[in-house]
Design a protein around this ligand. Structure first.
Ligand code: NAP
Length: 241
């Protein structure tokens, strides 16, 4: 049985990752920040299926709160086998309007959180000589997105961290990969109009946005894989090939 921390597990992609892995027999620690009710609902939903998940509130953009999250996980389970760095925010703004505050919040939440969570779990993983880290980056980290420069920078940084760390941690039998989704139907995309969605669908060879569970299935595959490391895998319906 494996222990998994999923950051930002209360909604969207993270919530589906929590359910997919919990239903597959993993011990899951669901991290949430603001959505306590949603986190509790997932816990209740799985309880009906006789599956227990732990929930823990932490703002992963803050080192001290990440320390608390990892301490909670280690006190409960002794080991952390898998870390899914999923928590993230987005913001659509022309580059010239991005303030220092916008920039710092984006980098702190989408990039520094990955640095903090990874560093805090690694002591245990290196000691155990095994581990799997999956960073949820984005198609925009690969291609760049207009009016999302700070988001694109953060996600490109995550992919850089993935590749460099995979090299450093391979000898410790720890795999590090990114999953860089295309457009997925979650709250993050709720402000698009139907017309904008139709326009984007025309650019996607599979003709539609992805479902969060399609990313969760990719996560599960990668958790169970044994030879993939340092890769950026992009489930995006063929949008970027
Ligand atoms: P979402 O539905 O908006 O959910 C975001 C999740 O991140 C929530 O569970 C939220 O928790 C959590 N979160 C945000 N800030 C946090 C913080 N400081 N500390 C802890 N948790 C925090 O977004 P999503 O679409 O599922 O996105 C998940 C990941 O996929 C993100 O990294 C995103 O960049 C990436 N992604 C999404 C898409 C897409 O099209 N949806 C495409 C590419 C990549 P609370 O609500 O509890 O605060």
């Amino acid at each position: 049985m494996k222990t998994v921390i999923v950051t930002g597990g209360s909604r969207g992609i993270g919530a589906e990752v929590v359910k997919e892995l919990a239903r597959s027999g993993y011990y899951v620690i669901l991290n949430y920040f603001k959505s306590e009710n949603e986190a509790k609902k997932i816990q209740e939903e799985l309880k009906i299926e006789n599956i227990h998940v732990e929930i823990f509130k932490a703002d992963v953009s803050k080192r001290n709160e990440v320390k608390e999250l990892v301490k909670f996980a280690l006190d409960k389970f002794k080991n952390i086998d898998v870390l899914i760095n999923n928590a993230g925010i987005d913001q659509i703004k022309p580059f010239m309007d991005i303030t220092d505050e916008d920039w710092n919040k984006m980098l702190q939440t989408n990039l520094n959180s990955v640095f903090y969570c990874t560093q805090e779990v690694l002591g245990n993983m290196i000691h155990n000589k095994k581990g799997c880290i999956i960073n949820i980056s984005s198609i925009w980290g690969i291609t760049g997105a207009s009016c999302e420069v700070h988001y694109s920078v953060a996600k490109a940084g995550v992919d850089g961290m993935t590749k460099a760390l995979a090299k450093e941690l391979g000898p410790s039998n720890i795999r590090v990969n990114s999953i860089a989704p295309g457009a997925i139907i979650t709250d993050m995309n709720k402000n698009y109009t139907q017309e904008e969605i139709n326009d984007m669908n025309e650019l996607i060879p599979l003709g539609r946005f992805g479902q969060p569970n399609e990313i969760a299935k990719c996560v599960k595959w990668l958790v169970e894989d044994t030879y993939t490391t340092g890769q950026v895998i992009s489930p995006n319906g063929g949008w970027v090939i």
